[in-house]
Design a protein around this ligand. Structure first.
Ligand code: M6P
Ligand code: ZN
Length: 187
């Protein structure tokens, strides 16, 4: 692939689109199998319309070594089994850092290195830093869409199996929801 030439990108009026824009990824509830603690609640949500949980709109910069792709993720507000809607979460197979910038709404950036979990509150204007080797998941803890810009090395990659195997150390639930197990964080 030849290197991308210099160019700029504009946000759409709602911050959810890019111009120029690359791929758009839509993740529905059925794409989040095994991630919510309450598997029965997850299955009911899949059967009951399989809602869109989040979308990822990418810049035209490809995920290849030395390039620096960007994307805007929009997580819709919702709860399944009392757990806030969230991204799948992943680890970078090639351990490299990543930067998030909060754009709209109220979210959390959950980081897990296999032993320690960290929670970063994300508001419009917050820059969240993901160090190499920390798995990361984003969660909408508000009532409006939560949106953030991500910038990451094109060779970092996405390992989803690691999160399925190890979890993320914490789960994010509304304070009033029933609690199961330890290590929850509430909002
Ligand atoms: C951010 C970036 C992307 C990621 C997306 C959704 O935009 O970190 O690389 O793909 O969030 O997260 P996930 O891949 O875990 O579903
Ligand atoms: Zn990442």
């Amino acid at each position: 692939t030849p290197p991308i030439q210099p160019f700029s990108i504009s946000f759409g009026a709602d911050n959810a689109t890019l111009e120029p824009q690359g791929q758009v990824l839509t993740r529905r509830m059925s794409d989040l199998e095994g991630l919510f603690a309450d598997g029965d609640a997850w299955a009911r949500a899949v059967a009951d319309g399989d809602p869109v949980v989040y979308t990822v709109v990418s810049s035209p910069v490809p995920e290849v070594p030395r390039e620096l792709p960007q994307s805007i993720t929009t997580i819709y507000p919702g709860e399944t089994g009392g757990e806030f809607w969230m991204t799948k979460g992943h680890q970078h197979p090639d351990p490299q850092g990543e930067i998030y910038l909060g754009l709209d709404g109220h979210g959390g950036l959950l980081l897990f290195d296999g032993e320690r979990a960290e929670w970063l509150e994300m508001r419009p204007g917050t820059i969240g830093y993901i160090p190499p080797s920390w798995a990361h998941r984003s969660i909408n803890v508000g009532d409006e869409p939560y949106r953030f810009l991500a910038v990451y090395p094109g060779s970092a990659g996405h390992d989803y199996g690691w999160v399925v195997a190890h979890g993320m150390g914490l789960r994010a639930r509304r304070a009033s929801a029933p609690r199961t197990g330890n290590g929850d964080t509430t909002h």
